[in-house]
Design a protein around this ligand. Structure first.
Ligand SMILES: [Fe+2]
Ligand SMILES: [Fe+2]
Length: 261
């Protein structure tokens, strides 16, 4: 760790066994080339493309310091039973009546970092208003100055608006959920690192990580189809963010899009 900065790796939605493979295969390269201090990953799709199980959580757990989630977090019944044994997992903050931790605080070299997930509401199922609920984090002086927020949302407009609303209040507002990395990473004027979507970690030869033939069929026939994780063109999408440890402001954001090493 540089004396005045902490470097954060944030990995975009890990989808199924394809995603798990490219993550594990890439970690040495990432560590040796980016020298990050802490690592976070979105794992809402880690189990078969939908949801999280205790088995898949335990598999990925040693490699990261914290995990964010999303709208698919509850897809597998297994998580409802086991979420209290997933201490690194930040459930969606704006689903306050569900089980799980509203945020995760990690500590490295005496630097504390808060990680939280917020869900968007445009073209998504109803949840509480993220613009109002995030004040519970940003206005609480007892929480760490360094805050990394995963904004898991569909609409680019909602994501940009949330990023501007968060500017100066959190260290990073990183979009997830659409599984397509955007080309708009930037440091906002008051020191928040922003990107509309970090992207997909998994198979890039399908449709957002799933076999394209079944999804094309669904668009043609409107019939329910089974979505299976595809396995080719594995890529890891991520961001590196450098944050000043004294004031929590980001000074650099860089996106990563790599294939196997
Ligand atoms: Fe996702
Ligand atoms: Fe999602």
């Amino acid at each position: 760790m540089q004396t005045d900065k902490v470097r954060v790796l944030f990995v975009g939605d890990i989808v199924g066994d394809a995603g798990r493979k490219i993550v594990i295969d890439s970690l040495d390269y990432l560590k040796n080339n980016y020298f990050y201090d802490i690592s976070i990953a979105n794992i809402e799709n880690i189990a078969g493309g939908f949801g999280i199980t205790k088995e898949t959580y335990d598999y990925i757990e040693p490699y990261f310091d914290a995990f964010t989630t999303g709208n698919h977090v509850w897809d597998k019944k297994d998580i409802v039973i086991n979420i209290d044994n997933m201490p690194k997992l930040a459930k969606p903050f704006n689903m306050p009546n569900t089980k799980g931790k509203s945020f995760v605080i990690i500590e490295k070299n005496n630097v504390k970092i808060l990680i939280a997930t917020f869900l968007g509401r445009i073209f998504m199922n109803p949840v509480d208003n993220p613009f109002i609920l995030i004040n519970q984090i940003t206005q609480n002086p007892e929480l760490p100055a360094i805050k990394v927020i995963d904004f898991h949302a569909e609409a680019t407009s909602e994501k940009q608006a949330f990023g501007w609303y968060c500017d100066g209040k959190v260290s990073a507002c990183l979009g997830t959920h659409t599984h397509v990395q955007t080309n708009d990473e930037k440091i906002l004027p008051n020191g928040t690192a922003y990107i509309t979507d970090v992207g997909l970690t998994g198979c890039h030869s399908g449709v957002i990580g799933f076999r394209k033939d079944a999804i094309i069929d669904k668009f043609i026939t409107y019939m329910p189809t089974r979505f299976d994780v595809c396995k080719e063109d594995l890529r890891l999408n991520a961001c590196i963010i450098d944050v000043n440890i004294y004031n929590g402001k980001a000074v650099n954001i860089e996106k990563i899009n790599i294939s196997s090493t």
